[in-house]
Ligand binder design. Structure first.
Ligand SMILES: [Zn+2]
Length: 100
């Protein structure tokens, strides 16, 4: 499990609550029709596809509620080796102080 920044909305998400951000091995599970621009990006549970490839509904399209949704300046954070968010420019890992 690790934290990442959603590439669409910029919020903090955990791989455990977003099917790994819908990337990697999880990507093939979803119906990307009309969402082609999102494919391959790390997505939070709100931005993730709402339909699986087999036509059944995912629970995505809404926040999971496992923790508070925190938005950060988009594109400014990466996941470091410890699985935490790190500010790309400063290397700081206390992402909460960048919350917007
Ligand atoms: Zn998002």
């Amino acid at each position: 499990m690790s934290l990442f920044q959603c590439e669409i909305c910029g919020c903090v998400e955990n791989t455990a609550t977003s099917s790994q951000g819908c990337t990697g091995g999880m990507e093939r599970l979803f119906d990307w029709t009309g969402l082609e621009d999102l494919k391959g990006k790390k997505l939070c549970s709100v931005c993730a596809p709402r339909i699986y490839r087999d036509g059944t509904s995912t629970w995505f399209g809404r926040w999971h509620g496992e923790f508070k949704r925190t938005f950060l300046p988009k594109g400014k954070f990466k996941t470091n080796r410890q699985g935490n968010l790190e500010h790309i420019e400063t290397g700081e890992t206390d992402y909460r102080k960048y919350a917007i």
